[in-house]
Design a protein around this ligand. Sequence first.
Ligand code: ZN
Length: 316
Amino acid sequence: MKEYAFGIDLGGTTAKVGLFTTSGQLVEKWEVPTDTSEQGLRILPNLAAAVQAKMQEKGLTSDQVEGVGIGVPGPVQESSVVPIVCANLGGWGQQDVAANLSALLGGIRVMVGNDANVAALGEIWMGAAKGCRSAVMVTLGTGVGGGVIVNGKVIDGAHGAGGEIGHITVNPHETATCGCGKHGCLEQYSSATGVVRCMKLLLEANPDQPCVLRGRDFAAKDVFDAARAGDALAAREVDEMANVLGLALATIAATADPEVFLVGGGVARAGEVLFKPLAEHYKTYAFKSCRETPIKQASLGNDAGIYGAVRLIVGA
Ligand SMILES: [Zn+2]
């Protein structure tokens, strides 16, 4: 094993890049703007240039670099190919990212993974699930992402849809449409956007009930803050959100039965006001033998992706 590896978390506006030792110590991290013009033509050349500039700055030769791992916001096949166009990367995709980035880096080994799966891999390697062989992570942000790790390996599935936890149907009676085109997906209730949407519906449906959020422009964080402060209608929304999330996790438990569930993303920062009802609802839906599976907050925050990307390279 060589001494160093790079981890990249490619996002729509910036790519986070980390230089690590192969034992998982973060040496340095920085960000590179993602240039999505011309169908993202410059994305890989810019990343290659950033890696090469850092190698030069640190006096590293390719003999000292084990490889480059990269998490991308789309499905990935064979740890290499992005088969479809990624909507938030200006039409980038449909290419063998591993082969193309490797060629730009003079043959340095490259491994590719879906960003949510890669974040889960980071948490199981160096984060809140450290030491576990299996974990399921759900990331609650603008959308809901997921990563499923069994025996140290990402389950990406036959179509790259393994871990698409946000699109588990939790309400077959929903009439509003999810970003994916379906109705009643977890993401419609448990993402930051979903919490705000559902809170607005609750306010409309209960015009006579006082609520500190009424008549205000609010974010998901405000809903949790209000619930924590004792606002009954906000507390009801948090409970309903925790209920569908608990239902989804219990469904996953009956399929993958992980050692631990991790919840990450901005919404997870709500803390106990979310985790307490979530654990209670989870228990009511979970099959007996996995009823006590812990549900923890992810611990690597925005760095989970770069840690996991390096884990792709250094192996389980
Ligand atoms: Zn959906």
